[in-house]
Design a protein around this ligand. Structure first.
Ligand code: ADP
Ligand code: MG
Length: 256
């Protein structure tokens, strides 16, 4: 696999001066961020800092008050409906808490996009579902219901669903939150593995610094509505900004 330096990389997603509030709660207050093709960008920040809100803007689930998100040069604010579908299909998302449907089986959950968008039948979908479940180490559980799964298994089924439609970009919202250290490691390794085997661009939102260091090529930190750090893992570890230091030291001690 080729590894390019940042100057020759293509910008896949560009976030410019993004503002978003919920009534009097100003969440995003001028976010600027580039996401480059093929990288794994980790976005860190405290609980409630707006990480999930930012992710939802990337995929067009939330609209900004002001500012712009461009995906492959297309402005999400003025995108035509047919382009919006095409762009959405580039994304796979692992939601916080996996967000599986309890009344559906594992295969129905993983195959949901294929059922809804491709109009495929069970016998066409099953081989794809099995392939994706095998990729996340969850073979043989197609007929189980989410209630029969542990937290780590649910996350992996959620991940199988995220990759079911062969996305170019995978968004992970708190992939290790709520998992024990061993299962967190399994998920971290999976993120790395998928990045290599699928050649995808990944954006991982987390407040788990151990996970951030493990999976990230580059790091961005959200604080008081803005990106206060954007750079390499080596650079964040040596940052002298007190807000960054407090965050990375506090969290890494807690998690280890
Ligand atoms: N749909 C919503 N309606 C109102 N407030 C929201 C909504 N989504 C998020 N918020 C608020 O925005 C802030 C950032 O939330 P979020 O992005 O979920 O934080 P986190 O960094 O923990 O993911 C929080 O104060 C949250 O209460
Ligand atoms: Mg969140």
């Amino acid at each position: 696999m080729h590894k390019m330096n940042s100057s020759s990389k293509n910008v896949l997603i560009k976030v410019s001066d993004l503002y978003r509030n919920f009534e009097d709660n100003s969440v995003l207050q001028g976010v600027n961020l580039n996401i480059y093709e093929g990288e794994t960008l980790v976005i860190i920040g405290g609980s409630g800092s707006g990480k999930s809100v930012l992710l939802k803007h990337l995929i067009g689930l939330l609209k900004p008050e002001k500012g712009e998100v461009e995906v492959e040069g297309i402005k999400m604010s003025s995108v035509k409906q047919k382009d919006l579908f095409r762009i959405r299909r580039k994304f796979g998302m692992l939601f916080q808490g996996a967000a599986l449907f309890d009344s559906l089986t594992v295969w129905e959950n993983v195959g949901l996009g294929l059922i809804e968008h491709e109009n495929m039948k069970k016998k066409e979908i099953l081989p794809i579902v099995k392939e994706k479940l095998a990729m996340v180490g969850m073979s043989g559980i197609e007929e189980l219901k989410p209630a029969e799964l542990s937290g780590g298994m649910k996350k992996r089924v959620g991940l199988a669903r995220a990759i079911a439609m062969n996305p170019e970009i995978i968004l992970y919202d708190e992939p290790t939150t709520g998992l024990d250290p061993i299962m967190s490691d399994v998920i971290n390794k999976l993120i790395r593995k998928l990045q290599k085997t699928l050649n995808v661009t990944s954006i991982v939102v987390t407040h788990d610094m151990k996970s951030a260091y493990h999976v990230g090529d580059r790091m961005a930190m959200l604080y008081e509505g803005k990106i206060i750090f954007d750079g390499s893992i080596e650079n964040i570890k040596t940052s002298e900004n007190p807000f960054i230091r407090d965050f990375i030291e506090g969290k890494s001690e807690e998690e280890i």
